[in-house]
Structures are given as C-alpha cells and as structure tokens.
Design a protein around this ligand. Structure first.
Ligand code: SF4
Length: 330
C-alpha cells in the first residue's frame, strides 16, 4: 500500500473510531423536511434526487433511470482539489506513455478502442441512453475524446454524450474542437478551481459554444456562499441547470475532513431506502459511505436562492443514493 493510501486508511480508521454524528435515518428525515419546504419540487429515485425547475438534462434523465455510464478517458488532472475522491494522479506524460487505460463507471478497464466498443455496443443494444466523458481532467485528452465521440456518434447517433470539466482549459480553441466532435453538453465544475476567473470566463461563453451547459459541483461547506457571490454571472451566462452532488469522504480525501460531522450512507441498511434482502445482505458493510452531514443541505439553500429563476434554471440535488444501482446496464 502506498504512503498516501496508508495515510488515508489511518484517517478513515480515526473517523470510524470517532463514530458518525448522525444516523442515516435522521439525516434522510432532515433532507425530507428540507424538500417539503420547496414549492414545486420534483423528487425522484426514492427522494435520493430532487430538483427545483422544469428542465432536466437528458444525461440526468438517463442517470436516474440507470441507463448511463461515465467513461474516464484519462487519469491526469491540472488541479488538486481538496475534495477529490480519486487516487493520486499520474502526470499527463506518465499516463500517456504507460497507457494506464480507460475505464467506465461499471468497472470495465481496457484500451480506448476496447472500451469504446463495449460502450458503443451498449448504446446500440439500447441498454444506455447517455455517456458522460470524465477524467482526471478530460480536456487534457482531446484526441481521445475525438475518437470516443466519433465512435459512439457513428454507431449510435442518438446517444447523448456530455463532458465533465473543471473549466480551466475550456476556451474558444478547445470549445471549437469539442463542438466539432458533436458533443451534446458540457458540465463545468466551478468548485474545482474555487470559482476561478478562468472557469467563470468559460462559463460566460459556454452557452454560445455548446447546445447545453450545466454547472456540476460537489455540495461543499461553502457552496451556498460561493453560488450566492456569483449568482448574477451564473444566471446571465444562460446555462439551464446546476447539479449539486453530495460529497463522499474516502481514503483519498479523508485527511481534509477528519473533524467534520458525518453520517454513514448505505442504502442496504435499515431505513436506507432499498429493500434489505438476502441478495444484499453481504453488502451492508462494504457499501458504507462516509458523507459529511452538511453536504446535501447546501443544495436546498441554493435551490431557495435561485427559486426566482426556476423557470429557466434548474437546481438539481444528487445524493449518494443515486449512484447505487441494483444492476449494471451492460
Ligand atoms: S478537477 Fe476533478 S479530477 Fe481534478 S483534482 Fe479536482 S475533483 Fe479531482
């Protein structure tokens, strides 16, 4: 085990030793209370997801239905976010030279061409409706994105393909290339660069470059304050949706969150929302996820703040529960 993984394990043990601040049942009851206060809210996936607004991306519709996959085109990234749940990143050079491979969110691992075929086949077989291209920072791998998109769009033109980015490399040049590949949507994580000038500039122009633009950021402790500070810019940019994702603490980021209150999310535990049956019995422990209690409530503060523009900008709360699927779609 590497030194950083060891350190992560130590913090995780310490957090478990300290014990959760709240039970999952109490946390979910608090979230339901927050949901009950939003007029016109739309709940889905057993309240693990909720939105205020009329318009949801085809990517999220597919995700909520379990008909979606993420495709991680490379592991390198130009940022080091405190909240990043991914293992330490290789340099771009190492990643490319060593061909560390491409993966999907359903644990397929292989070369770019092998994974493109697996995903392309799932699209043709009508098992998935959308593919989210992710990394690392995927814009470091424009040539890979071009190949994946060409492959998927040729095999299955109706598959909705979108891209996650931290926004720092999104400029007129990269946008032009991306748009020429036929990307349907771009999702900018403003929190990754701490709402940097570069990512806000990208956001300002993105709606003129792509058919659809979404802000997708983790729900962090200062999320409400940050979105409040930049609300005018975000609304004026003309984007249609903000996704706020419940954060998870794991061995890679735990050392930043060791004193934070948390609860253990596990849908297979009593009160977790999914039926606890024999099939899931062995998953009770292994599916434990440590989640800060302050994360998901931030989304409801942001929903309230943006409620005056809900007819054109949807705020979407995505909890850890959305990521638990009973079975992989391919
Ligand atoms: S931008 Fe994304 S991949 Fe890169 S460090 Fe931040 S969270 Fe991790």
């Amino acid at each position: 085990m590497s030194a950083s993984a060891n350190l992560g394990r130590m913090f995780m043990d310490e957090m478990h030793g300290r014990g959760p601040s709240k039970s999952m049942a109490d946390q979910l009851a608090d979230i339901k209370e927050l949901q009950s206060k939003v007029s016109g809210i739309v709940l889905s996936n057993n309240s693990f997801s909720a939105r205020n607004g009329i318009n949801l991306s085809r990517g999220d519709v597919a995700n909520l239905a379990g008909r979606w996959t993420a495709l991680f085109v490379g592991k390198a990234c130009d940022l080091e976010c405190k909240f990043c749940p991914q293992p330490p990143k290789p340099s771009l050079e190492d990643d490319i030279v060593n061909k560390t491979g491409v993966t999907t969110s359903f644990n397929h691992v292989g070369s770019l061409d092998e994974i493109s075929i697996v995903v392309g086949k799932a699209c043709i077989d009508n098992r998935i409706d959308a593919v989210g291209i992710s990394g690392g920072e995927p814009l470091l791998y424009l040539d890979r994105i071009a190949r994946v998109l060409e492959f998927i769009k040729t095999m299955s033109p109706n598959t909705y393909v979108y891209l996650y980015t931290n926004g720092t490399k999104l400029n007129q040049g990269t946008a032009k290339e991306l748009a020429s590949f036929g990307i349907d949507e771009v999702r900018i994580d403003l929190a990754a660069s701490n709402f940097s000038k570069l990512s806000l500039k990208a956001l300002e122009n993105a709606s003129s470059w792509f058919p659809r633009v979404v802000v997708e950021s983790p729900s962090l402790k200062d999320t409400f304050e940050k979105f409040s500070k930049h609300k005018c810019k975000i609304v004026d940019s003309g984007i249609q949706q903000i996704n706020l994702c419940e954060m998870v603490i794991n061995k890679y980021n735990a050392h930043h969150y060791v004193n934070e209150p948390y609860y253990i999310f596990n849908p297979y535990r009593k009160g977790g929302g999914m039926e606890l049956d024999y099939e899931h019995f062995d998953k009770i422990e292994s599916f434990d996820r440590l989640v800060p209690t302050w994360s998901r409530p931030q989304a409801y503060r942001v929903m309230d703040m943006f409620s005056d523009v809900r007819s054109r900008l949807t705020i979407h709360d995505i909890s850890q529960g959305v990521h638990f699927k009973s079975e992989a779609p391919f």
